[in-house]
Design a protein around this ligand. Structure first.
Ligand SMILES: Nc1nc2c(ncn2[C@@H]2O[C@H](COP(=O)(O)OP(=O)(O)O)[C@@H](O)[C@H]2O)c(=O)[nH]1
Ligand SMILES: [Mg+2]
Length: 444
């Protein structure tokens, strides 16, 4: 999706391909209202959804239709929405007619990309929209909506503080020739210094909240590790309420990593089952499996070490920040619900993966390890921009203390400013922008 000809009329099915009560076909671009009108029996009225009849090559379809005039539409261009029956012979026929009339099939996310290019939404909002469409839990949905609405204030605050610092410094630089040495600089420098300090604090909140935001969207990653046969695969199945992993009493059954997901208290978790750790294997495949297990543990937000007794030593224990140790096969133990403190023995949670005892307690333990803070930043693209901005602000703050460093402070503040603009997509690379829209489906 490198070159977008903004004069193109694009069209696509906006609903999933398949049978349904109603489908939606979108047509956008200058001239699309006239194009659609060639096939419709009644005139389209802006903002008014009306019954209409579409005359295709060899069929007619009674449908609902509406148009919106630029810039008052989703894309910011003229836009038509047709609501035919959800029958793919009809939908294919309508799209074929529109293409025959000069439209072309839209690319993934192209309607939203046009909205972005026309200034209807910024790139952060587009990313929030993609997350809303992908959301599996209400928490993810609410998080996407809050970000779309600009509900987290830190980023906006940092931006206005940065603007304030920049305009003060510009004023000083502009008038500095007319002033006696140092006359105004001190007061303004203090002002600028104060604004930079506050902007740094706001941005730090965002940067520190990145892990929490990313986890809401991607899920809290938990890796299960332990010796062969302790019940890791049985635990994956219990946590995800599935038969995802093969369970046997043969040591070395699980050779590769295996992922599952579950939702607990509206939070998404992703669990990885791994090959059992043992040092005496000669099996080359199992050895690779063990390497993968350790690498999955390093990538995880938390590691669950599964053992059959409290005496089993976990050699790599200190390598993991969030470590939960469990004793499995405690089939006769009491189920404590969420209150895991009641089922802890020598720092390890007593569970039975087979009967499901204290699996809820284990989930609660994982839940309590999830980061509590988050802001608007939740993906690597945004994070990198925020860090770039923060670095420039910190460098500018240092320069404020250096005599005669005003020009350097200004240059660093401009760097910080462009990093924040990049976050909103204003100065972002075409390839970066494209990768955001490729996440969408055709028709969005
Ligand atoms: N009694 C009992 N047996 C279990 C429990 N969890 C797993 N097992 C059994 O232990 C054996 C190994 O289980 P598996 O999940 O394949 O272990 P893994 O090698 O660690 O993945 C199987 O025979 C399971 O049925 C448990 O909580 N209680
Ligand atoms: Mg296994």
């Amino acid at each position: 999706m490198n070159t977008i000809n903004k004069n193109d009329i694009i069209t696509a099915l906006a609903t999933p391909y398949g049978k349904s009560a109603v489908a939606i076909i979108r047509v956008s671009g200058s001239g699309c209202i006239d194009l659609a009108a060639r096939y419709l029996s009644r005139e389209l009225k802006a903002g008014q959804l009306k019954v209409n009849v579409f005359k295709g090559d060899n069929f007619t379809e009674r449908l609902m239709a509406v148009c919106y005039r630029a810039p008052h539409s989703y894309t910011g261009e003229d836009l038509v929405e047709l609501f035919p029956h959800g029958n793919m012979t009809i939908c294919d026929g309508i799209i074929k007619s529109l293409i025959g009339g000069g439209a072309r099939l839209a690319e993934r996310g192209e309607f939203t990309k046009r909205a972005f290019l026309n200034g209807k939404v910024d790139l952060m909002q587009c990313e929030a929209l993609a997350d809303i469409i992908d959301a599996q839990t209400a928490e993810q949905l609410n998080y996407g909506n809050t970000r779309y609405d600009g509900g987290f204030k830190s980023l906006g605050n940092a931006e206005s503080l940065l603007n304030k610092a920049l305009s003060s410094i510009e004023a000083v630089l502009h008038y500095s020739d007319e002033l006696e040495d140092g006359e105004i600089d001190k007061a303004v420098i203090n002002d600028v210094y104060g604004a930079i300090g506050k902007a740094i604090a706001e941005l730090e909140k965002e940067v520190n909240g990145f892990a929490g935001g990313k986890i809401i969207n991607d899920g809290f990653k938990v890796t299960l590790i332990g010796a062969p046969n302790v019940g890791k695969s049985t635990l994956l199945n219990a946590l995800t309420d599935s038969d995802r992993a093969i369970v046997t009493d043969i040591a070395g059954t699980t050779r590769d990593t295996l992922n599952g997901e579950f939702v607990y208290k509206d939070r998404k978790f992703s669990v990885t089952d791994t090959a059992g750790l043992r040092s005496d294997t000669r099996d080359a495949v199992e050895k690779i499996g063990i390497e993968r297990a350790l690498s999955a543990a390093n990538d995880a937000d938390a590691v669950v070490f599964v053992a059959e007794s409290a005496e089993t030593v976990f050699e790599n224990e200190n390598e993991y920040k969030n470590l939960i140790k469990v004793i499995n096969k405690c089939d006769g133990t009491e189920d404590v619900g969420e209150d895991y403190n009641k089922a802890i023995d020598s720092g390890r949670l007593k569970i039975s993966a087979k009967t499901g005892k204290n699996v809820t307690a284990l989930k609660q333990m994982m839940y309590d390890l999830c980061p509590k803070d988050h802001g608007s930043i939740c993906n690597h693209r945004q994070y990198e921009c925020a860090v770039k901005c923060l670095d420039s602000l910190k460098a500018a703050e240092k320069e404020c203390n250096v005599a005669g460093g005003l020009e350097i402070v200004a240059a660093l503040l401009y760097e910080a400013y462009s990093a924040i603009k990049e976050m909103y997509g204003e100065q972002a690379d075409e390839s970066v922008i494209s990768s955001v829209f490729e996440r969408f489906c055709v028709g969005k």
